[in-house]
Design a protein around this ligand. Structure first.
Ligand SMILES: [Zn+2]
Length: 154
């Protein structure tokens, strides 16, 4: 993952040239960072370390892969446990968002979806954190004190 070239590709090329599987991974990464920045802690245990973007309904269900309702921050341990004990995360969801949100989500997850290139590109654009450029400054520029302050805040 490098600097600012990661989105536009090498040599200033457009995103079109990135293979769609890589674009999907890129969208996953950007969306994951956005979810973690939104929640800041594991929603089920409160941990603040080893945070991941956890899909209540597995991300193989593409229609809810980039759903802000389906995704929340969990620590790696809770995310792992979700594989064999989904009830914990599910009950957290139900008590936080309610039954209607859950039923709607399940219904959405049953829809078939395959992401088009332009849709993935707009997901990357939409969820790209504004602070990203500050986190990875161009190699030539030495980080200033102001830049460091921003990093600490994030
Ligand atoms: Zn946790």
């Amino acid at each position: 993952m490098g600097h600012t070239r990661s989105i536009s590709g090498r040599g200033g090329g457009r995103m079109k040239q990135i293979p769609i599987r890589r674009l999907l991974k890129r969208a996953d990464a950007v969306f994951s960072a956005w979810i973690r920045a939104r929640d800041r802690r594991c929603v089920t245990c409160g941990a603040t370390g080893k945070l991941q973007c956890s899909h209540l309904i597995r991300r193989g269900k593409h229609s809810v892969r980039f759903s802000e309702v389906n995704c929340h921050t969990q620590c790696s341990s809770c995310n792992w446990k979700h594989n064999y004990f989904p009830e914990k995360y599910t009950s957290w969801f139900l008590s936080t968002h309610g039954e209607l949100a859950y039923l709607t989500l399940v219904k959405d997850a049953m829809k078939l979806k395959s992401w088009k290139r332009y849709e993935l590109e707009s997901i990357v654009e939409k969820y790209k954190l504004p602070s990203r450029r500050l986190i990875t400054p161009p190699a030539q520029v030495r980080p200033s004190r102001r830049w460091k302050a921003n990093v600490v805040r994030r």
